[in-house]
Design a protein around this ligand. Structure first.
Ligand code: CO8
Length: 258
């Protein structure tokens, strides 16, 4: 598939997917959502960390495309929401780490996209919000599910009911992002974090992600049981043998992802 709205850069195991729709501040229409779905659905093993960002200096993603949504009826609204939710779930469940480098506006569907990533880092100029109720809709790309999980119900409800837009320092304070950097540093910092991940065993990272993601929605007994099973699985990998042998022999591990 040719991507009209995605710019892809590949760099030694790290892939950067830049959403690029400059006329609408990278707002997500159904074509862009389908492109993202196709792209993340066809990532091959050469991508070990995915970084998602927005093209340009102003916006990560300024939401779902309001001009496309304006004329939808109920079944079409349902379908549009389902499409976005499905794409973001695909991102959330990728077997590799996904970092959102939030370079500007992350509003509505943009904030929801960032929340489907494992980790969010932001530029000092970024702005976050779920302004949907001001448009007569609710967050529809899983924001009502993920925002309370990330920052707690109280503040999530405040953000969603008021539609207020917060700056990145506030996003940092409430735990919506892990770190804030100057705009010109943001991509270097994202790459630096990705490089640190590349040094570790890929299957172990993938199993850790599965344990965190799936365990979060289970009760304690089930979550601990799941971790136990996945921990056991690590011992079926050659990377576990390699990692421990390297430690014991005081050398650097050479992981193969097997
Ligand atoms: N959709 C469509 N076009 C947009 C969007 C958007 N979300 N955001 C910006 N644009 C367009 C503007 O219309 C404008 O186009 P034009 O130049 O043709 O007039 C262009 O981008 C530049 O925008 P502005 O001139 O408004 O730029 P400003 O710097 O003045 O303002 C803002 C920037 C604050 C980001 C402003 O554009 C804004 O408020 N945008 C809308 C933000 C918003 O409300 N986002 C949430 C959308 S709803 C959503 O995401 C729901 C997700 C779940 C959907 C479930 C479906 C069922």
């Amino acid at each position: 598939m040719d991507y009209g709205f995605l710019k892809i850069e590949r760099n030694d195991g790290i892939t950067v997917m830049k959403i690029s729709a400059p006329k609408s501040l990278n707002a997500l229409n159904s074509t862009i959502l389908k492109e993202i779905d196709d792209f993340v659905g066809h990532l091959d093993a050469t991508t070990r960390v995915l970084i998602i960002t927005g093209d340009g200096e102003k916006s990560f993603v300024a939401g779902a495309d309001i001009s496309e949504m304006a004329h939808l009826d109920e079944p079409q609204g349902y379908e549009f929401g389902r499409l976005g939710a499905q794409v973001f779930r695909r991102i959330e469940t990728l077997p590799i780490p996904v970092i959102a480098a939030v370079n500007g506006f992350a509003l509505g569907g943009g904030c929801e996209l960032a929340m489907s990533c494992d980790i969010r880092i932001a530029s000092s100029k970024a702005k976050f919000g779920q302004p949907e109720v001001g448009l007569g809709i609710i967050p529809g790309f899983s924001g009502t599910y993920r925002l309370p999980k990330l920052i707690g119900q109280g503040y999530a409800k405040e953000m969603i009911y008021t539609g207020k837009v917060i700056r990145s320092d506030e996003a940092l304070r409430i735990g919506l992002v892990n770190a804030v950097y100057e705009p010109e540093e943001l991509m270097d910092k994202a790459m630096e974090m990705a490089q640190m991940m590349l040094k570790n065993a890929p299957v172990a990272i993938s199993l850790a992600k599965q344990s965190i993601n799936e365990g979060y929605d289970l009760d304690a007994e089930q979550a601990i049981g799941l971790e136990n099973q996945l921990f056991g699985k690590c011992f079926a990998t050659s990377d576990q043998k390699e990692g421990m042998d390297a430690f014991l022999n005081k050398r650097k591990a050479d992981f193969t992802g097997k």
